[in-house]
Design a protein around this ligand. Sequence first.
Ligand code: FES
Length: 297
Amino acid sequence: MDTVEDKQMNPVELVVPDEVQRIIEKHQGKRGDLIAILEDIQARYRYLPEEALKIIAKNTEHSIVDMYAVATFFERFSLKPQGRHIVSVCLGTACHVRGGPDIASRFERKLEISPGETTPDLQYTLKAVNCLGACAMGPIVVADGHYFSSVRMDAVDEIVAQTRDGLDQVHVGTDQRIFPLEVRCLHCNHSLMDSGFPIDGYPSIKLTTSFKNKHGWVRLSSLYGSYSIVSEYEIPPDTVRNFFCPHCHAEIIGAGSCAECGAPMVPMNVRGGGIVQVCSRRACKGHLLDLASNPVD
Ligand code: FES
């Protein structure tokens, strides 16, 4: 584990034991608790600090060895401090032939780090990844979960600047970061797409939902970065909903919690590999796209 000697250049947040303990208590004893605990620790500190792992080992039945095994198996965990912004450049075959290596070099020069490294001020981590599942639109860059397709050399500075300023404001129809996804149920693997009910000009994602004794359909925009939603019943903001597959009727709920509000996340398998997760709380913009992960079984 890397240590941090220069606190000014490497402002790593100190681990607060009470905070770690609260995360442990939130998940302890539940199915998949170790991954859920580590996900919350990762979301809180942007990596898995050794001190936090020791607290988990002391207060649960999970050993440090268990935790290192999980942390090294899943791409989404890091044992080193990560930047506030994560920029991944695809160097898979299709992106490679479309100029991915030149784009990666441009990011390296701009950020003055190599892939796998983090800037000294902990603002940016640069990653080189293999195939993000959007080969026809390469070269692909994903910054803080937002897609940029057909990236040109002269777009690199702009992507870095936009990432620093925040990528939450998106404009459907003109924003290159908005990206259509095709998703499947993580239980039965049936497609959840509904081409007969387009939202934002693309097939919507059809689910069933329940809240406060109401049970009905809901359709979500399939554009990652759009929060458009149409539902059978009006759903008040802040309502935490349960989601179900309309085909196998199993509840769709993940082990992790939303980094924004703490509500359960709703994971769906992305066609081509990976997982997209959206927050179960109405109007919360917590979402997560991890195309490096294996689909949930
Ligand atoms: S090779 Fe880059 S998205 Fe597939």
